[in-house]
Design a protein around this ligand. Structure first.
Ligand code: SF4
Length: 494
């Protein structure tokens, strides 16, 4: 058996995943934009973390691992103190150590992660490195996880000592050692049959700790789980979902009335079964009547940086870079304002200033899922004293267009128990059902985030095209809100 530490951790999640990655690669989904962005961030964070251990030597990556192993061995013999991407193999298990520290009295392993805490799967990741190196005869002083400290706030300069946290996980990793030979035996057994897939059913493990890239194959193709099933019941929890599935209940219509659910889940299930819409006209009237004109329909786009580029920013903080604003008058007249930051600069102050110019005090501001917009605005208010009072006024005046759907005052079967705008918009405004799909380039928040992050690397024409796509996407968000509110008003007026 040959297995990398990556495959080892995948196999811990599910041995079938290991088998598919070895023998049936074609059924796996390729990485989407957000997965690729996570990998890219991981690479950048990994490179930066090396600066914590300066003057080291990197083993250049090549698919010819023997060369990497040979280079590592030469660097150790030459007395190099820090080796980045140090590569070893023992009994077919290949590990690449992010940072290896070599002292006279032993070595230390550092595994770099772009997350903000030590997750359980990381311990398995480090444990297999520890296993290989100890089997090769190294004396190991410590095993560590290096992760981002999200309490760090960047000053004028980036302080990498403060940006990273180093957690000694030697004790936890040593405790895992005894189990490793048994696990490896199990994985070897799984891989010994190259023809028959392991008979492992789907379940909560398909999403934990990572969403498996074989889900399309195992769930849709093999088990024929439809797009909307018991696994989509809002907040039901994987334990109950899997319990239903194990009883052979996949279609929501087959759930028995006495199944343990909250009132809201029960309502959503009953609604789905009856195929009827439920509209609480009086509550919707109260919501609509509480809105005074003009109404400012607002939507932000934000992005995050693992490594803060600008002063005052923390790792993974939501940084607003764009907004769209549709101002709706009582007679239906619409006016559109928008902001999209230049790339490569801190967008926050300019955005705060423009927002205060565009939204006066004491007006109704409507957002979809107000907690997000309120959080962004309050953070801006705490950062820019000059605009603080007006920003807090805007935040205080925000009302949530999601509320009638979240409170189940308007429910249709096609919303499939969700109050996400993705389901609400086509249910209330069928004309706009394909509106997002027909956009060119940016079709959702994740696309917008990665589009903005890549702007700096594009040439002028491409950049202009991408900026246009970003503006169109965000504009559609607030236009969708105008249309949804229009549909609610028609319900009240009928
Ligand atoms: S989708 Fe689930 S069952 Fe299939 S390989 Fe992945 S984790 Fe295993």
């Amino acid at each position: 058996m040959t297995i990398s530490k990556f495959l080892y951790t995948q196999a811990i999640q599910c041995p079938k995943s290991l088998w598919l990655k070895k023998y049936k690669l074609e059924v796996l989904s390729s990485a989407d934009a957000s997965t690729s962005a996570v990998f890219e961030t991981g690479n950048i964070v990994g490179e930066l973390a090396c600066k914590l251990f300066p003057d080291g030597v990197e083993v250049a990556f090549t698919r010819e691992y023997d060369k990497m192993i040979e280079t590592t061995s030469k660097l150790i013999d030459a007395g190099v103190k820090y080796i980045y991407e140090a590569t070893f193999v023992y009994d077919g298990i290949l590990v690449i150590v992010d940072i290896l520290q070599i002292d006279e009295d032993g070595i230390s392993i550092y595994e770099v992660k772009s997350s903000t805490s030590v997750k359980e799967i990381y311990l398995h990741d480090v444990s297999i490195q520890y296993y290989v190196l100890s089997q090769l005869g190294f004396s190991i002083k410590s095993a560590n996880v290096v992760h981002i400290d999200n309490t760090y706030v960047r000053g004028d300069e980036l302080d990498i000592e403060a940006l990273f946290a180093i957690v000694d996980v030697t004790h936890e990793v040593v405790e895992l050692q005894d189990a490793i030979p048994y696990r490896l035996e199990e994985f070897e057994d799984v891989l010994s049959d190259k023809t028959d897939e392991p008979d492992i059913d789907i379940g909560a493990h398909c999403n934990k700790p990572y969403e498996c890239d074989a889900k399309e194959y195992c769930w849709r193709v093999q088990r024929e789980i439809p797009e909307y099933s018991v696994f989509n019941i809002f907040n039901l929890g994987s334990k109950k979902q899997v319990a239903l599935y194990k009883q052979g209940i996949v279609d929501i219509k087959d759930i028995l009335d006495d199944f343990d659910m909250t009132d809201k889940q029960f309502e959503a299930v009953s609604n789905y079964k009856s195929r009827k819409s439920y509209i609480d006209k009086e509550s919707i009237r109260a919501f609509v009547d509480a809105l005074s004109y003009p109404i400012y329909h607002l939507d932000f786009e934000t992005f995050q940086q693992a490594i803060p580029e600008f002063k005052g920013i923390s790792p993974f903080m939501q940084i607003p870079f764009q907004y769209s604003l549709h101002i709706e008058q009582k007679d239906g007249k619409l006016e559109h304002h928008e902001f999209l930051a230049d790339d490569g600069v801190d967008p926050r102050e300019e955005l705060a200033k423009k927002l205060c110019n565009d939204i006066p005090r004491d007006v109704t501001v409507l957002t979809y899922n107000m907690h997000f917009e309120k959080g962004v605005i309050k953070k801006l208010a705490s950062e820019y004293k000059e605009y603080s009072s007006q920003l807090l006024d805007i935040s205080d005046n925000i009302k949530d267009l999601m509320a009638p759907f979240q409170k189940k005052q308007y429910v249709t079967p096609s919303m499939m128990g969700s109050y996400s705008i993705k389901y609400v918009l086509p249910a209330l405004v069928p004309d706009m059902k394909d509106a997002y799909e027909s956009l060119d380039g940016v079709q959702n928040g994740t696309d917008a985030m990665s589009a903005f992050a890549t702007l700096s690397s594009l040439d002028t024409d491409e950049k202009q095209k991408m900026r246009k796509a970003l503006l169109e996407y965000c504009k559609l968000d607030t236009l969708a809100m105008v249309k949804i509110l229009g549909a609610l008003k028609r319900v009240v007026d009928d």
